[in-house]
Design a protein around this ligand. Structure first.
Ligand SMILES: Cc1ncc(C[n+]2csc(CCOP(=O)(O)OP(=O)(O)O)c2C)c(N)n1
Ligand SMILES: [Mg+2]
Length: 594
């Protein structure tokens, strides 16, 4: 067996022993040994599920979605050169949001580097500090000791990406220089069971032609380095707090143990201000219009908390950050719950305490009226009533209404992927709290890139684990940004995913921001109308498409199976005007309570 094939076969086998199940491959020649080894281990009964994509940026975001929804590392493989650089946006998102990714970048051997050799760039620590761990594997060689090296290398990469050895999960790059030959030789093919298949450790036993040592892994399919039982990486402890009436829970993306936190808030009588992708927007204390409450300085001045518990990374709106600062000004204690080892969010630098979790002392007897919570809830209900009256008045499926109705229409067990820009914000302002819906978003770096792919990956993993239907709510620029994410070959696993596009011919969010006051530059530089026909894009990808305007037809539009596109036409200026009207009406309703 040649060294490149031996390495790839052993390395893939070891990653499988660690727990690898989902792998994405983008085509190339230098990566051939790994691509073939991965392909060899997938199939109806094989341990791996393989996904092939042309564009490495798409491939990496697909892996990100797979890893995010499954909670276990997904691997993505590319060839040398700019291919590896195209992983970078997903690497940054994975770093910021703690998603375990294994980046396998094939490289040219050292003698070809720095010589102007074809498709050769500097791949050493290509992603800088965005990875948890980087290893340059070295060119595989046929000498004793390599089996232990390759297998322990795979285990280290797995441990660093998954966080199983104690760190915060995230991306890991293993750079793999490979020398020709890059495909199995005739002898390898002949010797393998079944004739044409490449050899496989454990199947071959002693039959490893020309190799210098056994390439077998540990007996019984065990990994080379077994990690001791459930990880207990937290050094941070539980913070014991005396109960106080005026507490507030603020939950952002990446909140840990969100359901427990929501239940605790309910018991403590504290309103829950939870972003859609926090997972904490559930239970009777979760508000649906909290952003409008935070928009109203009169309401926030009249309701200063003396304790704020924040989880995940809040920061979807200026209102949340203003609220944190205002609470700090009143001397409120602010307890931040860490997202994981070494990772916590404190965007307003107002944290007074950091803890893994909290425990409350002196809770009032259950069933006692929670006056503080009631006041927040009454304001929330008043705002909701005013908002719904406006949303329901017109015949059109406006963007805010689409967000509200979509989140309500999906069955329990469904997954909703929310794009950056207005989709996640419309959901945040309009979505009713509910426990059965899983809302995911790329909030680490809040990019509008890779979202079709990330949503596809998340849907694939969600459904592989028995989850229900999936929907992605995307803006039209986000859709165009990741158009390659629509294209997958006939052999590729397809998610059951509806891509619902809020289609306002440009960046609608900018119409709600300061640049909108500069009409000279606004439309071309910020609005960025493109006039793209999404129906034609869908046709190019061979995907079902429909346009949707009537709110009553939303459930029917979501029906079907496979990957499909639903376009909801909208206007940017009209959207901004509607959002302003919603704000005014909600604040008036809150103030109307006296
Ligand atoms: C990769 C990337 N490029 C640029 C931005 C800046 N940006 C934020 S929102 C936005 C407009 C998004 O437009 P669209 O997806 O149509 O959503 P809409 O604002 O219309 O809801 C842009 C360009 C970003 N977040 N990420
Ligand atoms: Mg748009």
């Amino acid at each position: 067996m040649n060294p490149s094939t031996a390495f790839a076969t052993v390395f893939v086998d070891e990653l499988i022993r660690c727990g690898l199940r989902e792998v994405v491959v983008a085509p190339g020649s230098r990566s051939a040994p790994l691509a073939m080894a991965l392909h060899d281990r997938c199939g109806p009964d094989g341990p791996l599920r393989l996904h092939v994509r042309i564009d490495e940026r798409t491939a990496a975001f697909l892996a990100l979605g797979l890893a995010k929804a499954s909670g276990r590392p997904a691997a993505v493989l590319c060839t040398s050169g700019t291919a590896a650089a195209n992983f970078h946006p997903a690497v940054i998102e994975a770093d910021e949001s703690g998603v375990p990714l294994l980046l396998l970048t094939a490289d040219r051997p050292p003698e070809l580097r720095g010589t102007g050799a074809n498709q050769t760039i500097d791949q050493f620590q290509l992603y800088g500090a965005a990875v948890r761990w980087f290893a340059d594997a070295g060119v595989p060689e046929a000498r004793p000791g390599m089996n232990a090296y390759w297998r322990s290398l795979a285990c280290r990469g797995w441990a660093a990406a998954s966080g199983a050895a104690g760190g915060f999960p995230g991306p890991v790059q293993v750079n793999i220089p490979l020398r020709d030959p890059l495909v199995p030789g005739p002898a390898d093919r002949r010797s393998a069971p079944g004739g044409g298949e490449p050899p496989r450790p454990g199947l071959l036993g002693d039959d490893q032609p020309g190799w210098v040592e056994s390439l077998d892994g540990r007996p019984g399919g065990a990994p080379w380095t077994r990690l001791a039982g459930p990880a207990s990486p937290e050094r941070l402890g539980t913070l014991e707090l005396p109960w106080t009436e005026r507490g507030v829970v603020l939950a952002g993306d990446g909140a840990v143990d969100a359901a427990t936190l929501a239940a605790l808030a309910e018991r403590a009588g504290w309103p829950v201000l939870a972003e859609p992708s926090s997972g904490a927007r559930q239970g009777s204390a979760a508000l649906t219009a909290y952003q409008y409450l935070l928009d109203d300085p009169k309401f926030t001045a009249a309701h200063p908390p003396d304790l704020v518990i924040s989880a995940g990374r809040p920061g979807l709106s200026r209102g949340q950050l203003g609220f944190l600062r205002q609470a700090a000004g009143h001397g409120a204690r602010q307890v931040v719950l860490a997202q994981g080892p070494g990772r916590w969010a404190d965007p307003a630098r107002t944290a007074t305490d950091l803890a893994a979790r909290i425990q409350l002392r002196g809770l009032p007897p259950a069933g006692q009226p929670a006056r503080w919570l009631r006041r927040w809830q009454q304001a929330d209900e008043a705002a909701r009533g005013a908002l719904d009256a406006i949303l329901d008045a017109g015949p059109e499926l406006t963007e805010p209404r689409l967000a509200r109705d979509l989140a309500a229409a999906l069955p329990d067990g469904a997954l909703l992927w929310a794009a950056s820009s207005l989709p996640i914000r419309d959901l945040d302002r309009q979505m009713a709290g509910r426990a059965g819906l899983r809302v995911l978003a790329s909030r680490g770096a809040s990019g509008i890139d890779g979202l079709i792919s990330a949503a596809s990956g998340a849907a694939l993993a969600h459904q592989a684990a028995g989850g229900g239907p999936a929907v992605a709510l995307l803006g039209d620029l986000a859709m165009l940004h990741d158009a390659p994410g629509l294209f997958a070959g006939p052999a590729e696993p397809r998610p059951d995913l509806v891509i619902v596009v809020a289609s306002n011919d440009g960046g609608g969010i900018f119409s709600t921001l300061e640049p909108a006051d500069f009409p000279d530059s606004f439309e071309r530089v910020f609005g960025t109308p493109h006039g793209a026909r999404l129906s034609a894009l869908a046709a190019a990808a061979g995907l079902p498409y429909r346009s949707l305007r009537d709110p009553a037809e939303l459930p029917a539009a979501l029906s079907g199976s496979g990957l499909r596109i639903v376009e909801v036409p909208a206007g940017r200026a009209e959207g901004a005007a509607l959002r302003h009207r919603l704000h005014e009406a909600a604040v008036a309703a809150i103030r109307g309570l006296g």
